[in-house]
Design a protein around this ligand. Structure first.
Ligand code: CAA
Length: 391
């Protein structure tokens, strides 16, 4: 290993929920023209967590194939990023560490900054590997997005987890310095500790995202980054897939490029295939876009990919990576397609029942109904302790 040893994403796997609510079902309830969902925001369906699924079960499901393929020997750090945390103190990754039988000689921590935190986890992982290239870091981003029923945000809900193994000489993507950074104290989207659904100022959140794109680009350029035309593909945070197109147009215009509509859809449509049927997975969303790109594009070897990460509140980051030749052999395309296709479609009433569910707070012994057919489940609560098991 030398100072120039490439570091990046060695493997990537994504998981979502047992259930899916098509937007046609939602439209039948809200009376909204389906064109607003399908075209206006670019969403067709949303993943809905079963009663016995949460960020932990999705995380373990996403990460298990990485551990099976590469073993646990080199993993000394697990960073789980989420904004839908299940405990104010204990890191959700500790449950995942247990479900995956990872070695005790591991550090585990949770990160939060809205939808941006998956990128913070990736960047911190790159730093750890840079310090000791023999180590790998398991980075997980996992979220369940929930808004008030009948609110404008409802149609953008979703849930997913992405697990990435970060290490030296990566098989998928070399991540390169520099990064363009941007932070501003704005209240565009937030969730106070006493709420289970997010609060959002819709149009302000879109404006803030776009302003952050201009901010990260300015800093990226000042840090000596590549010119925009060198990137062959762009992965954006996708709170709804139309947002990627808005962000792309804004970024190009900020950078002084004239972007034709055809160019734009050709470059972006491959990144939206999973998110348009999964919905907003917050911290995971940009990495679900990456999974979609890798699974649907022809050979991207040696192409540069731009990553534009945004988390309300707000923090954003722009950075680049290069696809490693031979990466196609390591993809999990069939599995990814099947995690989307295997979901059971539910009707509006079932969705509302799941949405309204809240956990008992009396400290008693409460088992959750068995609904998921995935490999891990949230079995219940006992004495205020969450219980997880393999299915
Ligand atoms: N056919 C086709 N298009 C239609 C249509 C129809 N029948 N009816 C409406 N539309 C179009 C509108 O013209 C509009 O398009 P443009 O944005 O291109 O103008 C689009 O559909 C949406 O219409 P509205 O703006 O009227 O929709 P809305 O008021 O219901 O709100 C929203 C949209 C603000 C995105 C809302 O869904 C929301 O609040 N979402 C949650 C917040 C969010 O995702 N913000 C994104 C940035 S913040 C972030 O990225 C962090 C995060 O993850 C939350």
């Amino acid at each position: 290993m030398t100072a120039n040893t490439p570091i990046g994403i060695h493997d990537l796997s994504f998981a979502t929920t047992e259930f899916v609510l098509p937007h046609t079902e939602l439209a039948a309830h809200t009376g909204v023209d389906i064109g607003k969902y399908h075209i206006g925001i670019g969403q067709r369906a949303m993943s809905i967590a079963a009663a016995d699924e949460d960020i932990v079960t999705m995380s373990a499901t996403a990460a298990a194939p990485l551990v099976e393929r590469w073993g646990t020997e080199r993993i000394r750090t697990v960073v789980l990023s989420t904004e839908t945390s299940i405990d104010q103190s204990k890191a959700a990754g500790v449950y995942v560490h247990s479900l995956l039988n990872l070695p005790t000689s591991t550090r585990v921590v949770e990160l939060k900054q809205a939808c941006y935190s998956g990128t913070a986890a990736l960047q911190f992982a790159l730093g750890l590997v840079h310090r000791d290239p023999s180590q790998q870091v398991l980075v997980i981003a996992s979220d369940v997005s929930r808004y008030e029923p009948d609110s404008p945000g409802e149609a953008t809900q979703g849930a997913a987890a992405v697990a990435m193994l970060v290490g030296a000489n990566p098989a998928l993507i070399r991540i390169e310095p520099p990064s363009g950074l941007y932070t501003a104290d704005v209240m565009d989207f937030w969730r106070p500790n006493y709420r289970s659904t997010a609060l959002v100022a819709g149009q302000e959140s879109i404006d803030s995202y776009l302003q952050a794109m201009a901010g990260v680009w300015k800093d990226y350029t000042e840090q000596g980054g590549r010119p925009l035309h060198e990137f062959g593909a762009f992965c954006y945070h996708q709170p709804f897939t139309k947002m990627a197109f808005k962000a792309h147009r804004h970024l190009f215009s900020t950078a002084g490029y004239d972007l034709g509509e055809n160019d734009m859809s050709a470059m972006l449509r491959l990144t939206t295939a999973y998110n348009e049927v999964v919905g907003n997975s917050y911290a995971a969303s940009m990495y679900v876009a990456l999974a979609s790109l890798l699974d649907h594009a022809d050979d991207l070897s040696e192409q540069s990919i731009a990553f534009a990460s945004y988390g309300s509140g707000c923090v954003a980051e722009f950075f680049g990576g290069t696809v490693v030749p031979g990466y196609l052999e390591h993809l999990r395309t069939e599995t990814h397609r099947s995690v989307v296709e295997r979901r059971q479609s539910i009707d509006y009433a079932t969705y509302r029942t799941l949405h309204q569910r809240s956990l008992p707070e009396d400290g008693g012994h409460h088992m959750t109904p068995r609904q998921t057919t995935g490999p891990f489940r949230f079995a219940g609560l006992s004495g205020h302790k969450r219980l997880y098991e393999r299915s």
